[in-house]
Design a protein around this ligand. Structure first.
Ligand code: ADP
Ligand code: MG
Length: 256
């Protein structure tokens, strides 16, 4: 469903900087793909290009055969709101709105008018996210994990084809990280949502079907889970140590 072909990105400035170089890969429908690499290796740049927030300097991105970067402003925003869901580390929610109102926002913005239809959708997603009892709360009353689950609810309520997540558990404690991971995993398995997630956490990454490793803006390696998460995790740790950079030594961490 997603095809990235020879994507390069050079940031111009006083000194031009090549953040991505000739990156190519495919993601199949329903796949859960992780992206890992040292800080500054180009992960966020790649996600921004796929999410159409930024344009590649050269190369092409196709989503279901269409190139979002060639759309006009208006078409692009429709394309985004109907096809993509975003979960970022410094996720934003509107603190004047309740949890339910935040979750429903993408539908309101997309022009949906059936109140009962929207209520139904909020209820269904809140159940999956264990947010039922929190729907009337304001966002400043939430814990970090609840806040992030609300942000995920908002990213998923319109059932996007592709969810892009940039270190979605980066600010969370281990309990909340576990909840968020379980949820993304469930969405992927039960709804068939295609997921592309940047993470620096090998445990989080071990839930993916496949990991793409990026180093210095280039694809460095790619590994598949197969049917054993424990050995997948060990392989991830091994590639991370080959990659070097700022990754902590995780070889002694045990899988939950
Ligand atoms: N808007 C920008 N202008 C210039 N350089 C940038 C910009 N955004 C990122 N970079 C540079 O591109 C490289 C890759 O950044 P980024 O994609 O954020 O890496 P990562 O997410 O892997 O940490 C870094 O060296 C960063 O400093
Ligand atoms: Mg980043």
């Amino acid at each position: 469903m997603l095809t990235v072909t020879n994507v390069s990105k050079t940031y111009s400035g006083k000194v031009a900087y090549r953040a991505l170089e000739d990156v190519s890969f495919d993601v199949a429908k329903g796949e859960y793909v992780g992206i890992m690499g040292p800080s500054g290796s180009g992960k966020t740049t790649l996600l921004n290009i796929i999410s159409t927030i930024d344009a590649p300097t050269s190369g092409q991105v196709l989503l279901d055969g269409k190139s979002p970067h060639q759309l006009k402003e208006q078409e692009l925003s429709t394309f985004r709101s109907s096809n993509l869901g975003f979960v970022f580390q410094d996720f934003q929610l509107l603190d004047t709105l309740t949890v339910a109102e935040n979750i429903v926002l993408p539908l309101t913005l997309a022009g949906e008018t059936s109140i009962s239809g929207m209520q139904e959708k909020v209820k269904s997603i809140a159940e999956k996210l264990h947010l039922n009892d929190l729907l009337d709360k304001r966002t400043y009353e939430l814990s970090g994990g609840q806040f992030q689950r609300t942000a995920i609810g908002r990213a998923l309520i319109h059932k996007p084809k592709l969810v892009l997540a940039d270190e979605p558990t980066g600010n969370l404690d281990s309990k909340a990280t576990g909840d968020v991971m379980e949820l993304l995993h469930k969405m992927n398995k039960e709804e068939g949502t295609t997921l592309l997630m940047v993470t620096h956490d090998a445990v989080v990454a071990s839930y993916c079907d496949r990991i793409l490793f990026i180093k210095d803006g280039k694809l460095f390696n790619e590994i598949y889970k197969g049917d054993n998460r424990e050995s997948f995790y060990q392989n991830i740790v091994q590639v991370l140590s080959l990659l070097g950079g700022d990754n902590r030594d995780l070889s002694s961490v045990r899988l939950p």
